[in-house]
Design a protein around this ligand. Sequence first.
Ligand SMILES: Cc1ncc(COP(=O)(O)O)c(C=O)c1O
Length: 610
Amino acid sequence: MAAAAAATGAASSFAVVSHSQRGRRHPTRVSAAAAATTAASSPEAAMAAAAPPVPMMRVAPETLQRQSGYLVRGRGAEGEREWAAKVEAEVGGDAGEGGPGAMEYLTSVLSSKVYDVAIESPLQLATKLSERLGVNLWIKREDLQPVFSFKLRGAYNMMAKLSHEQLEKGVICSSAGNHAQGVALSAQRLGCDAVIVMPVTTPEIKWRSVERLGATVVLKGDSYDEAQSYAKQRCEQEGRTFIPPFDHPDVITGQGTIGMEIVRQLQGPLHAIFVPVGGGGLIAGIAAYVKRVRPEVKIIGVEPSDANAMALSLCHGQRVMLEHVGGFADGVAVKVVGEETFRLCRELVDGVVLVSRDAICASIKDMFEEKRSILEPAGALALAGAEAYCKYYGLKGENVVAITSGANMNFDRLRLVTELADVGRKREAVLATFLPEERGSFKKFAELVGRMNITEFKYRYDCNAKDALVLYSVGIYTDDELRGMVERMESSKLKTVDLTDNDLAKDHLRYFIGGRSEIKDELVYRFIFPERPGALMKFLDAFSPCWNISLFHYRAQGETGANVLVGIQVPQEEFDEFKSRADNLGYEYMSELNNEIYQLLLRDPKMQCR
Ligand SMILES: Cc1ncc(COP(=O)(O)O)c(C=O)c1O
């Protein structure tokens, strides 16, 4: 418990930091009531705040899981498309359904002013990766931009088009990351005032770097949505221009300049461009340009399998809202893709590849080995997708491009990245084996492991158990070696489970093996705690003293939101009351009661599972 409390961060609610307050250790605080009064002082703002949200289909990311590298296509997009004809017929000229047409995007990209702030980033051959995969893998180094991501292109392109009067009134945006820096730098160049609203959970390093660029930072709300609604209210009140992170033709056009550069930089045959997808601005811009001038080049999106809003929207033929979104690749942790970005993507994008968190970590390591650069998770996403796709489809000898989109890595996250990188590249496997509690069984186990290299080993004696359970990892292996070892164990009656793809095992239980217990009525959940003081107390207030907490495990991983494993004893007849309190708490949570590893490691076999 103490560890969890310490780890819930130091940010505080409703803190306002202004440019003029630079050098202060902590942001000034304003009360929630004061902030609310300001927010409601304009009728338009009040109306905007009260406007009912547009109903949207809510979908869980788990409903679309595909093998890594498999190309998820949109509805009715089976087989190869005749892109040239399609682009011409569907979005050619200026006749797009509701937004600008392909020709308009093409001419806007060609006349874009992004080079006032952005560099033409290099396109480099990743030699080691290319050799390993048997293709020519080119990396488009957007991580080398002045603010270490491509986001300044879109922001500047939109802001450079504002009138003198609009620039005088200033701009505003909400962002917890790279877009904030893009807007701040653009405002500095254009000499206009910028207010950047960030959730109170934003790490100090991020808001400080925005402030350093001369913008006024306002920390407001616990989530991006709250920060955004506050920014929109202020935008109305102060007549500022709102700069959206992805869903605006000018932003999309700015990102599209990357497509123009790739086409110029790589003139030979090109199989595909792999693009990380959050709200879809980057891929929409690249597709709008490239499909017009090189329609044969595939434009392939890459999303984390737990943040797959674009893949799901394409499959459903409409924008959907994710019920929950994985925060590891925070740059692309978006619940709903943009309207205009979706319109373009459903017409122009060839599909989306989904990759695991482990694969992203492995690609961060690959990039480090290749160029000695550290990408942030979203920045390495396209590399992971390109590798998975090439392997899945057995691509050989082709040119492929992956966009390395950002390098604003949260340093604390590196520990998790290094832990998972080997798992992602299948250089480490996580396993559990049952051993009879009898003399000589450990030795027998060691013999069966053979030449495999054990990298981790956890065991705890349970006096009530006939069998002991060991949790361990083995390093550097081939699939055949691993299968061989598991078969040796099984044929010697040592039940063995491969947990390599089980996130619960890797995040929590490999650090937490306390043996199985006879705990009555135990429920087990993963809760996502907001990283702010009081989060733990709010949690305990909701459930305690009604029910006993039987398990609590947290390990800081640098994610947005702390991932906490909780066991709680709730008699069946009180479940409805528990559920209603858990829902009211407002933290995301999911049951892990039926997770195989929980049943294996922590649950007494005599206890009945609900
Ligand atoms: C590093 C990085 N990569 C990719 C993306 C995704 O871009 P988009 O939201 O335009 O799809 C973002 C978005 O902020 C980002 O910061």
